[in-house]
Ligand binder design. Structure first.
Ligand SMILES: [Zn+2]
Length: 329
């Protein structure tokens, strides 16, 4: 269905990309479906940086866009995953094998997992299953320790004269930072500012929903991180799922409302036992479909369900882990 929205002139070497302004190009990571996972190429002068890496399967497409921009691989200075979930960082090791001078910049809690990805692989296998993990993410290869730089809260990076500032933003994951780019009038927000698929855009603008993927969802921290991003006073979020959005004040409010709704839904199903997962998935689906209708989305319900289904499954898994943690303590 999403294929009907692809603009053919942007498809080269089988990778979809879109030039935004400020030297930023959004490159589709070719994961799940087109239109679901973004990576970004940032060019400043004759130097380049990648923000987010997709998976090992995303690497050829990213390198082909780099080549089309006339930037040699030696001129890529940084690879910057926002956090170590595999759709954001799974391809980092593979990508860096092609970029001899690049350093990885990563949250201090994520660094050791990039150097030794065995826990990441095991964690993803637990969520997705072994076979599905391999099919989707390929092999996660280690990044040599000497090529890894940790960025703590407030740290700044000089990227060929362009300042990138890192904010520690827990809530979706404790190993998550966001990258403030004043030159691009925006923030690379990873999963902290939620998901917004272009298929759900209407005349009102984008539609946003929080992502509560296992295993570190923390609603209070997520509320605070959303507000902290907004407090930077910039115009855009460069989302990983998917591409750039504006109209941030409205989306901020929607994020706050939906985080609270997710938590209420989970609490209401706390004692539903074996039926809980499926019931919560349907609860969340109903809420989001209703809000999409209010937003003016005219997609048939089947299409909405198809687009929402993978995220709802993951969101509910993460919510249940959070819920069980509450009831255990
Ligand atoms: Zn994530």
């Amino acid at each position: 269905m999403s294929n009907t929205r692809i603009r053919k002139d942007f498809i080269m070497s089988n990778v979809y990309f879109e030039d935004l302004d400020h030297g930023i190009t959004m490159i589709d990571a070719q994961l799940y479906r087109q239109g679901q996972v973004s990576t970004y190429l940032m060019i400043e002068g004759d130097r380049a940086a990648f923000i987010e890496t997709g998976t090992a399967h995303s690497v050829p497409g990213m390198l082909s866009v780099l080549e089309q921009k006339g930037i040699p691989p030696e001129n890529v200075d940084f690879v910057i995953p926002t956090h170590v979930h595999l759709d954001h960082a799974g391809g980092a090791g593979a990508l860096m094998r092609h970029l001899p001078n690049a350093h990885m910049v990563i949250h201090p809690r994520g660094a050791r997992h990039m150097i030794d990805p065995s826990k990441l692989n095991a964690g993803a296998a637990a969520v997705y299953g072994e076979a599905e993990m391999e099919r989707m993410f390929g092999t996660v290869v280690p990044v040599p320790a000497e090529r890894v730089t940790e960025a703590g809260d407030g740290d700044e990076l000089d990227f060929n004269g362009r300042v990138l500032r890192f904010l520690d933003t827990p809530g979706h994951a404790r190993h998550h930072f966001c990258v403030v780019d004043e030159a691009g009038d925006g923030i690379f927000s990873g999963d902290t500012f939620g998901l917004s698929y272009r298929e759900f855009d209407t005349e009102r603008g984008p539609f946003v929903l929080p992502t509560t993927t296992p295993v570190q969802f923390d609603p209070e921290a997520l509320h605070q991180s959303v507000d902290r991003l907004m407090a930077q006073g910039l115009s855009y979020m460069y989302l990983t799922h998917y591409s750039r959005v504006g109209d941030l004040k409205r989306l901020q409010q929607d994020m706050h409302e939906l985080i609270d709704i997710y938590v209420d839904l989970a609490r209401a199903r706390a004692h539903d036992g074996a039926a809980r997962h499926d019931a919560l998935c349907e609860d969340m689906m109903q809420v989001l479909i209703r809000r999409l209708r209010d937003h003016g989305c005219r997609l048939p319900e089947d299409d909405m369900r198809t687009l929402l289904d993978p995220d709802i499954g993951l969101n509910v898994q993460g919510l249940e882990i959070w819920l069980d943690r509450q009831t255990q303590t």
